[in-house]
Ligand binder design. Structure first.
Ligand code: GRF
Length: 214
């Protein structure tokens, strides 16, 4: 199956943690380096650093929803989807969002959910990618930006960059260098996505075929 995308630039960012990728995207947006319009920042964690970063940057809608207030994953995701649609967002950008998205949410935003993962997928999917890569003993790891589908860290790949592993790396030192690579790759990939669009054919992304249109 092939789906072509003509790209609009309004994005919702979902984040659970400290928010350094969110910060990199907001910085790139503010400088004009990345033409995204961050309409909404949504978190599943009330104390997430990402929320403070978003408020400080003046994002117009910053919200957190508590999963415990909802009867199940699908109901929680539906509440998130309503926020995203109310903010008229064209894209859902995951930036350290630590919950697995339910199938109805993925289907609702098919090919419009982007994630960043701290390894070269399909190696080391899951929540401990940096530790797993280090323990496996790889000499090169990296960063993947990909579309989200129903398979955890399994969607079509938009962009990757490599990060060498040093002999004396700890999980922390390696993740710091991976973060640096992420902060460059995420805004660059979003910019490319909006500027040129892409086509999805099965698992393969082909760039081109769309321009920003309001
Ligand atoms: C990043 O390493 C990202 O790849 C992973 O979660 C981490 C989030 O970091 N999905 P931050 O909250 O953006 O600093």
């Amino acid at each position: 199956m092939s789906v072509e995308h003509v790209c609009k630039n309004r994005i919702a960012i979902m984040a659970s943690g400290k928010g350094s990728n969110l910060q990199a995207i907001l910085k790139a947006a503010a400088s004009g380096a990345c033409p995204v319009d961050v309409r909404l920042v949504l978190s599943d964690a009330r104390n997430a650093g990402a929320l403070t970063i978003a408020r400080d940057a003046g994002v117009s809608q910053v919200s957190s929803l508590n999963p415990k207030d909802y009867r199940d994953r699908t109901t929680f995701d539906l509440a998130c989807a309503k926020h995203i649609e109310a903010a008229h967002c064209d894209w859902v950008v995951l930036a350290g969002y630590m919950r697995i998205l339910s199938s109805p949410f993925v289907a609702r935003f098919r090919h419009r959910i982007i994630n960043i993962h701290p390894a070269l997928l399909p190696s080391f999917p899951g929540a401990h990618a940096v530790r797993d890569a280090l323990e496996y003993g790889v000499k090169i790891t990296g960063v993947t930006v990909h579309l989200v589908d129903e398979v955890l860290d399994g969607g079509p790949i938009l962009a990757q960059t490599s990060v060498p592993v040093r002999d004396d790396d700890t999980e922390e030192s390696l993740h710091n260098r991976i973060h640096t690579a992420e902060h460059a790759l995420y805004p660059t990939t979003l910019k490319r996505m909006l500027a040129s669009g892409f086509r999805v054919t099965d698992r393969t992304i082909t760039w081109g075929g769309g321009n920003i249109s309001e």
